[in-house]
Structures are given as structure tokens and as C-alpha cells.
Design a protein. Structure first.
Length: 97
């Protein structure tokens, strides 16, 4: 279902471009990180503003109902966050150091 979206910069109606799957996780030289293999993809709807060029991504309705992104607990601070981070977003603990 398409949304009626106004641009936050110039208040113009934004145009729907298409739906895409965005790869979650990090990329590496050969196969990427292990987190890339389990983090999956996120379905998003893409909108653009023809006036100022702003692009916005919105989760599709199917993503809003589920917890598709794998979670992990930081061994340093104990906070839970998305599995695809190389560093804890709370305490900056580096998983690959």
C-alpha cells in the first residue's frame, strides 16, 4: 500500500519509486562478515522529491509486523542490538578487534 508522503525539506509531495530489498550487515573483501550471512535483507519502499532531490526509505508493511532482524547482546555492556553491527552502538565494543 503506497503512502502519501510529504518531503520534510520542501513540503512537496514525494513520488514512489519502487520497493527494494536492502542488504543488512557489512561487506568485506571476499565473503563479508559472518553477521552479513545471518542479518538478511530489509524490504523498503523508496520515495523521492522532484523539487529538492531528497530520497526517503520506509519499511514495507510486512516488515512492521515482524522482528526479522537478528539481535545480539553485547558482552561488554549487556545492551541488545541488531546483529549486523561490527561495534556495539551503545558502548562501541568492537566485535572484530
Amino acid at each position: 500500500m503506497l503512502k502519501k508522503v510529504k518531503c520534510l525539506h520542501c513540503n512537496t509531495n514525494m513520488l514512489y519509486i519502487r520497493s527494494e530489498k536492502l542488504q543488512l550487515g557489512e561487506t568485506g573483501l571476499l565473503m563479508g562478515h559472518l553477521s552479513n550471512l545471518v542479518s538478511g535483507a530489509l524490504d523498503v519502499d523508496i520515495y523521492t522529491c522532484k523539487e529538492c532531490g531528497k530520497i526517503e526509505f520506509f519499511q514495507t508493511e510486512s516488515n512492521l509486523d515482524t522482528e526479522d532482524i537478528a539481535q545480539k547482546e553485547c558482552p561488554n555492556c549487556g545492551e541488545t542490538h541488531d546483529f549486523d553491527y561490527a561495534k556495539c552502538p551503545f558502548c562501541k565494543y568492537d566485535y572484530y578487534a
